[in-house]
Structure formats: C-alpha cells, structure tokens
Design a protein around this ligand. Structure first.
Ligand SMILES: [Zn+2]
Ligand SMILES: [Zn+2]
Length: 129
C-alpha cells in the first residue's frame, strides 16, 4: 500500500465504524473508526519477487487500536467470515504471544480448523486466498 492509498483510506474513515467485535451488548455505532488494520491477502510470483495482489483493510476504533498494543489482549480475526474475538490473555487457557492472529476459519463458519497465521506475510500463503 503506498502513501496515497493510505491517505484515501484514512479520509474515508470519517464515515466508517469499527469492524471488530465489542461483545454482544455493544453496538458498532458507538465505535467510530480512527485507524485500520491491513492484512495482505495474496501474493503472486512476478520477476522473481512476490507481488502483493490484494489487501484486506479493516476499520478499527481507538479502543481496538489500543488493545492491539496491549500485552494483555490478543485479537483473533477470521479471514473466512470476518468474525473477530478478543482474548484476555491472563484468563485464557491457551498461551497467546501475538497481539493479532489471522484465522483461516473459525467455529462460526467452519467445522474444520482452517489453520492460523500470524501477522507475517510469509506465513499467509496457505491460509489467505
Ligand atoms: Zn473497536
Ligand atoms: Zn469464521
């Protein structure tokens, strides 16, 4: 994403709301977007280098932006159905070490586990299409 794309996206955020989950008792309209997450969704080979072909941009609010920098929280985001869930690490049964984990699928949209990828493009080959 170049600087112009980014500027256009940021300008468009004025009318966007956070796309992440705030739990069942909160509404999206309470959370105006102030920033966005970017997930590189696919790569193709070209001239011996990998060229990024598509990016998923997800508007997020300031609360969620803070959460992504907070060591206590991990965000799970499903690339298949776009569901999201925050995990509070101290009370989780699993040990999460990343702030953001992209899921290939989740219990909302698939019976079988579609794999996970962390926020590192090299590992997104198999799970992002
Ligand atoms: Zn939010
Ligand atoms: Zn899902």
């Amino acid at each position: 994403m170049d600087i112009y794309d980014k500027a256009i996206l940021l300008a468009a955020l004025d009318s966007e709301y956070c796309q992440l989950s705030h739990g069942p008792f909160d509404t999206r309209e309470n959370h105006k977007a102030v920033d966005f997450l970017v997930c590189p969704l696919g790569y193709r080979e070209g001239e011996g280098v990998e060229v990024q072909v598509r990016e998923l941009t997800i508007p997020i609010c300031s609360d969620c932006a803070d959460g992504l920098h907070d060591e206590e929280w991990t965000l799970l985001y499903c690339l298949n159905c776009l569901a999201s869930q925050w995990i509070l690490r101290p009370i989780s049964r699993l040990r999460y070490r990343h702030n953001l984990i992209w899921l290939g699928s989740c219990p909302h949209c698939a019976e079988t586990f579609g794999g996970i990828s962390f926020n590192e493009p090299a590992s997104l080959h198999s799970t992002c299409h």
